[in-house]
Design a protein around this ligand. Structure first.
Ligand SMILES: Nc1ncnc2c1ncn2[C@@H]1O[C@H](COP(=O)(O)OP(=O)(O)OP(=O)(O)O)[C@@H](O)[C@H]1O
Length: 455
């Protein structure tokens, strides 16, 4: 028994009862109606799965117009309900017209029971498939929204970041491939998301792949997908990131970590605008906007034979360089404040602020880990602080020597700056104590700090 609600509309009572008896064998709910005028107020018509509708109601009239009229009415009221037309006059042109108006199928009277049942069942299945498609479409668009959710804002007021954002706005609208370079933690992924958000693909997905974290033997299947049985763990067919990003943007991070073999496979996918799943020999076309990122100098890698020049040429139609945080001095406090707000909210520590000396400390540090390091530093400070004020000692800035660019002072000026920072840090931002340790007056220390800010 199929769980479906079916309504038969015909002014001939014997047709109604014959069809009711027949259909009840297969369908759980069969209802009948002899007057189509009652269709407009029929209870929960939108929950009827299928209507079997006569084409001619007024005695002696057989143009089919009445049936077509009621077909249109039903389609208007409940577009998802399937309608099968019934007529004793098998005019083909009438059938075609009804189908054009959206009827699911056509039955001729007198009907053959088996044929009628087959027609009704397949119309019902079609309706179920349409319902499923519309449910999946809704789910798909909900998922896309979730994936693209705008969780991150690009904070910054420095000339350097404003230039980058300006370029993003210009390039975002186009469909060109973009290469984003910059040190770790400078915000390359955020820029990539912004490019997607400002593009015409913004309602499609943004798929990110960290090329550095995928092992060589899995890379091809991750990017291009695989067929069931292609290798031991391939238990079923799976699409890769290229196919998943179809019509959207594909962000390939850590491009400098790709082996030459992987580079050549990637190049062929980009050139052909198609991928071949591992274990298949069929090319699947893909339409993606490619955004790549790296902290490596790919040009240098090309000259050393470590990166394919033709691949570099393909991926860097536009090159965006994201500046390190130390070159965006005026953004440090802006970002610190942004993260302070985020983490005081997250850890329920409203009212926490950063004092002047701590601000100096943040300003003077050179942030080798860039914005990610600042973000972690702020989070740690907010978690560990037990008062209302974040002081220099709350900020543990311990750049690991190996991971640091060379920060040893190269000029007298730099050495002085480091000594001042160190003294302030040791004395928790207390200017008098720091000045005493440095063997200068408090005023001289102030003057030096002021001059430094003016530079
Ligand atoms: N301008 C910014 N405003 C606010 N948050 C930022 C900004 N730039 C980066 N961030 C945050 O800093 C963190 C690091 O950024 P992101 O991951 O984009 O850097 P990345 O350059 O891609 O790093 P990696 O090279 O390590 O992949 C993220 O949490 C990001 O949200």
């Amino acid at each position: 028994m199929v769980n479906a609600r079916i309504l038969v509309v015909d002014d001939n009572k014997s047709v109604l009862s014959a069809l009711e008896i027949l259909l009840q064998f297969e369908f759980s709910q069969v209802e009948t109606l002899s007057n189509p005028n009652q269709l407009s107020s029929y209870p929960q018509l939108n929950e009827v799965d299928l209507v079997l509708l006569d084409m001619n109601f007024s005695a002696g009239v057989n143009t089919g117009n009445e049936g077509l009229f009621w077909l249109k009415e039903i389609r208007k009221k409940t577009p998802n309900t399937s309608v099968i037309m019934m007529t004793a006059y098998g005019a083909v042109d009438l059938a075609v017209e009804a189908l054009k108006e959206g009827a699911a199928d056509f039955i001729l009277k007198p009907w053959n029971n088996d044929k009628l049942m087959a027609t009704v069942k397949s119309a019902f299945q079609l309706r179920q498939s349409k319902k499923e498609i519309s449910r999946l479409k809704k789910k798909h668009s909900g998922l896309k929204q979730l994936i693209n959710e705008d969780r991150n804002y690009i904070i910054g007021n420095s000339r350097a970041i404003l230039n980058v954002l300006n370029l993003v706005r210009k390039v975002g609208k186009t469909d060109v491939n973009v290469l984003i370079t910059g040190e770790n933690g400078t915000g390359k992924e955020l820029i990539a998301r912004e490019l997607h958000r400002t593009s015409k693909r913004k309602n499609e997905v943004f798929i990110g792949v960290d090329m550095g974290s995928i092992s060589e033997n899995l890379l091809e299947s991750e990017l291009f997908g695989h067929m069931k049985g292609a290798f031991t763990d391939a238990k079923e067919n799976r699409m890769g990131k290229f196919e998943a990003a179809n019509e959207g943007s594909l962000f390939l991070d850590e491009m400098g970590n790709l082996s030459l073999q992987a580079q050549s496979k990637l190049l062929s996918a980009i050139q052909n605008k198609a991928v071949v799943r591992v274990g298949s020999n069929q090319a699947v076309p893909v339409d993606i906007r490619l955004i790549c990122a790296t902290n490596c100098n790919l040009e240098k890698m090309v000259s050393e034979g470590l990166f394919r020049e033709d691949l570099l040429y393909r991926i860097n139609t536009i090159h965006i360089e994201v500046p390190p945080l130390r070159e965006r001095g005026e953004d440090i406090l802006l970002l610190a404040d942004f993260f302070l707000k985020r983490f005081t909210q997250k850890y329920d520590k409203a009212g926490l602020r950063i004092n002047q000396a701590a601000q100096e400390k943040l300003m003077q540090y050179n942030w080798p880990g860039n914005i990610r390091e600042l973000q972690h530093t702020m989070e740690r400070a907010v978690i560990l602080n037990e008062g209302n004020v974040l002081k220099p000692t709350d900020f543990i800035l311990q750049a690991k020597i190996g991971a640091l660019p060379d920060t040893s002072p190269k000029t007298l000026d730099e050495m002085e700056q480091q000594m001042i920072s160190h003294a302030l840090e040791q004395h928790d931002g207390n200017y008098s104590a720091a000045a005493e340790q440095l063997g200068i007056t408090r005023q001289t220390l102030y003057n030096k700090m002021r001059k430094r800010k003016e530079k």
